[in-house]
Write a protein that binds this ligand. Structure first.
Ligand SMILES: Cc1cc2nc3c(=O)[nH]c(=O)nc-3n(C[C@H](O)[C@H](O)[C@H](O)COP(=O)(O)OP(=O)(O)OC[C@H]3O[C@@H](n4cnc5c(N)ncnc54)[C@H](O)[C@@H]3O)c2cc1C
Length: 412
């Protein structure tokens, strides 16, 4: 997103500075950061803006205006983001604006279904924060996540989809024929149907440098980013099945894969462990845990700490892949719809959840493949199922061939 020049004055330790940085990161807004612990001129500016007081973060905009310790709502307003819907009733409300949510929304809106999308972060979901999508069909040279998200948003808006961002959904409900969605600012919106396209979150290590190097040497998806490391050495963090399987996959590209696990041995299944042990390209370092990622603009070094003795050592892999689990963003609907033991939402063949009129698509769905193209594919499929569900309620009747196509396999 382009915006006037923004300078944030803050410190590394201030939690509101971190929240503000995260907000700008999610909205893909560029800003300059001045650490007032090490910049006397920056400290003087903070004091001047705040009448001699030392309040951070202090934001100075290109037009000279300032915001001091702003809430996310104030930041959204300053950036001109739409956080409130124009009406209270829509045919369809989509929660989440990743590839699944936006594809469903644009399919639905193109069919005349009045659609509202509500997104808690920036539009585009995980795909939007990806450095580069190399395997999305139709982009022979790859596409930056930023551009991909922007294209999806523009395409959805062209068909009339209304999109709220920086607005979190805190509850979803069923009330007779209507479905309701509550947002963190206390609003409630209603619709005939709701699509949960909530995505999932790769668990992070939470160590210094991790956020800074995501997409610049730190990765969470081997299928997505492994091919960038052809002939180079990579480090895998984790010790379970996904760490083992993804390490084996990475040997197709990387010259060497080092697995770092904090446990004395890999906890993956025996079959996976045997394959790992048999691979001449894989080395396992046990009882170590990453302590920091370092570099200038791109990852250059990883500090590993011995979990028993505390000794430190430094490795210099070209890239790091972190596989310590994936959590679905489904906490808000755990009481409403059936989920599997890991919290992913269970669906029917027509992508409907256990709650009628509440549909699911993409990474938060049990059995999904956690790829942008498949999330978009599920978005298209669920939009057709939603159309068949909505039409009789909203006044129309579904075309017979559509109703047949949407019936579960084996149904007559
Ligand atoms: C760093 C990285 C690199 C990747 N690289 C690739 C790649 O190269 N190729 C590939 O195919 N895939 C890649 N992926 C995976 C791909 O991005 C995902 O599979 C895809 O984005 C899933 O789409 P989705 O719409 O299901 O969910 P998401 O993209 O996760 O979108 C879900 C959205 O829902 C929002 N949301 C969640 N809860 C709420 C709530 N309560 N209220 C409002 N909004 C909410 C989230 O903020 C998010 O924006 C990558 C992922 C990451 C993290």
């Amino acid at each position: 997103m382009s915006h006037t020049q923004i300078t944030m004055y803050g410190t590394q330790w201030c939690s509101d500075c971190k929240r503000t940085k995260q907000f700008f990161g999610e909205q893909r807004v560029h800003y300059d950061f001045i650490d007032i612990d090490s910049d006397a001129e920056g400290l003087a500016i903070v004091q001047r803006v705040n009448g001699g007081k030392h309040i951070i973060p202090t934001l100075v905009f290109g037009d000279g205006s300032t915001l001091v310790e702003p809430s996310n709502a104030e930041l959204a307003a300053k950036l001109g983001l739409q956080t409130k819907a124009k009406r209270t009733f829509y045919d369809l409300i989509v929660v989440g604006s990743g590839p699944a949510g936006l594809t469903a929304a644009l399919y639905a809106a193109r069919e005349g279904i009045d659609t509202l999308v509500i997104e808690r972060g920036g539009v585009g979901g995980q795909a939007g924060v990806t450095e580069r999508l190399d395997n999305f069909p139709g982009f022979p040279d790859g596409v930056s996540g930023n551009e991909f998200a922007d294209r999806l948003r523009r395409q959805a808006e062209r068909f009339g989809v209304e999109i709220l961002s920086a607005q979190e959904v805190t509850g979803v409900g069923v009330d007779g024929d209507y479905r309701s969605v509550r947002t963190v600012d206390g609003e409630e919106y209603r619709a005939w149907a709701v699509l949960l396209a909530l995505g999932s979150t790769y668990r992070r290590l939470g160590i210094p440098g991790e956020e800074d190097f995501i997409g610049a040497g730190v990765h969470f998806c081997a299928t997505c980013d492994g091919p960038f490391y052809r002939g180079r050495e990579v480090l895998v963090v984790g010790g379970g099945n996904s760490a083992g399987e993804e390490s084996l996959f990475l040997t197709k590209f990387a010259s060497k894969v080092t697995i770092a696990t904090h446990a004395p041995m890999l906890s993956a299944s025996r079959v996976v462990v045997e394959k790992v042990e048999a691979s001449p390209q894989i080395e396992v370092l046990s009882n170590v845990s990453p302590a920091a990622f370092r570099g200038e603009g791109h990852l250059e070094a990883v500090d590993l700490k011995d979990v028993q003795g505390g000794e430190m050592r430094t490795l210099h892999p070209a890239g790091v892949f972190v596989f310590i689990g994936l959590s679905p963003n489904t906490a808000l609907v755990q009481e409403l719809v059936e989920t599997d033991e890991r919290g992913f939402i269970v669906s029917s063949p027509t992508l409907e959840t256990s709650a009628p009129g509440i549909f699911v698509a993409g990474d938060c769905r049990a059995g999904s493949t956690k790829q942008a193209a498949s999330a978009a594919g599920e978005g298209a499929a669920v939009a057709l199922a939603i159309r068949a569900y909505i039409q009789p309620r909203a006044g129309g009747t579904p075309r017979p061939e559509l109703a047949a196509a949407m019936a579960p396999a084996g149904a007559s």
